[in-house]
Design a protein around this ligand. Structure first.
Ligand SMILES: *Cc1c(COP(=O)(O)O)cnc(C)c1O
Length: 362
């Protein structure tokens, strides 16, 4: 936590705004909007997963539809497709950003169209804070008139050519889960330049009540709005977001400075114009065996590290869904390791981590 979170939470208690609406919710939305880009509209929600669910529903995804989804991601990018009775079509990553490959995505779109099913939406992800190839993905999506849900759950504070992530897609989504770059313990947001999408999101997130004095419903609704108590945490967190990004980037730089002389290790560099919040610092090791050796050596010292996301097309729950892969994400999963990346790591912590890795590789 930063310094003012408690103050805003106290404000909610003092004014008795203990509800999924209130001044903190409005102020938090305003702060996100100002940070990202003044022409976006923001709906604060109870989770990033809920935000993706609403985004897909607002874009018209329903039963029997197909939705393109980046395979290398956390399962929450794909699960909402299933909530709606639609089919995820998984697409592999490119090496440059580890995110959805424009080439394979276009191939998948053409193939699905040939099969008589044009995808209803695309879920593209800025994994670990590194933006996906925004120019090409947007161009292909525009060419085939397929809307993009920009999963920016890991990428608040990232940008391309100084334009912030969450403002590129038809709808962007954010997460404030406890593990993200800033947190409200649990929470999320839907972001869009289309004010009607925001209004629709708030409507659906608050049980879809029609405009009537009694309880009247002509849509199935959800209970997805953010609590005014938690939004107080969010307001305080927005004040320290830039510090958190700086801390995460400095972790990455530390690892890179101390380890990149080892030819066995690869780091994911920012392409020209890209700015990653470096939510997690990841390395590519030469082999699965070496990755596991490093992971085990760290764990022996009580230091947690984790393999890179297991691609969705390899997950038991999704293995029978259509997928367009070329082995890139499978290799990243085998050889990649997420290193400790918290914003509160000290230089001493980082030195300790690096010395264990150096010992394993020398
Ligand atoms: C965390 C995360 C989500 C889900 O956000 P929650 O707020 O935890 O529901 C979705 N996509 C990605 C890529 C994530 O990392």
């Amino acid at each position: 936590m930063g310094t003012n979170e408690q103050k805003y939470v106290d404000e909610a208690f003092r004014t008795n705004w203990i509800a999924p609406l209130g001044p903190n919710v409005n102020q938090f939305e305003e702060a996100i909007q100002q940070f990202i880009n003044n022409d976006v509209h923001v709906a604060a929600l109870s989770s990033g997963t809920g935000a993706i669910h609403l985004a897909l529903e607002i874009l018209g995804v329903g039963k029997g539809d197909e939705v393109i989804c980046q395979s290398l991601t956390f399962s929450a990018s794909a699960n909402p497709i299933k909530y709606l009775g639609a089919t995820p079509v998984f697409v592999d990553s490119e090496k440059e950003t580890w995110n959805i490959s424009p080439k394979l995505m276009e191939k998948a779109i053409l193939d699905r169209i040939a099969l008589g099913k044009k995808p209803k939406a695309i879920v593209a992800v800025h994994l670990y804070g590194m933006p996906y190839n925004v120019a090409e993905i947007t161009a292909i999506a525009t060419k085939y008139e397929i809307p993009v849900v920009e999963d920016s759950a890991e990428a608040l504070g990232s940008s391309v050519n100084d334009v912030n992530c969450a403002s590129f897609g038809d709808i962007g989504i954010l997460s404030f889960n406890g593990n993200k770059i800033i947190t409200t313990s649990g929470g999320g947001a839907l972001v869009s330049k289309n004010v009607d999408f925001k209004k629709k999101a708030v409507f659906l997130a608050t049980q879809a009540r029609d405009d009537a004095p009694h309880y009247q419903h002509s849509h199935v609704g959800y209970n997805y709005r953010m609590s005014n108590v938690l939004a107080g945490i969010g307001r305080g967190q927005m004040e320290v977001l830039n510090d958190r990004v700086a801390a995460r980037r400095s972790n990455f730089q530390f690892y890179k400075d101390k380890l990149s002389h080892l030819e066995q290790l690869e780091f994911l560099n920012e392409p020209e114009g890209y700015f990653s919040n470096r939510w997690l610092s990841c390395i590519l090791t030469p082999s699965y065996e070496m990755r596991e050796r490093i992971r085990y050596a760290l764990s022996q010292e009580d230091i947690e590290s984790r393999p890179i996301w297991k691609p969705m097309h390899l997950q038991p729950i999704f293995k029978n869904e259509p997928n367009y892969s070329d082995g890139t994400s499978e290799e990243l999963f085998e050889r990649g390791l997420c290193l400790p990346s918290g914003s509160n790591l000290t230089n001493q912590d980082l030195e300790r981590i690096v010395s264990i890795i150096l010992k394993e590789l020398s």
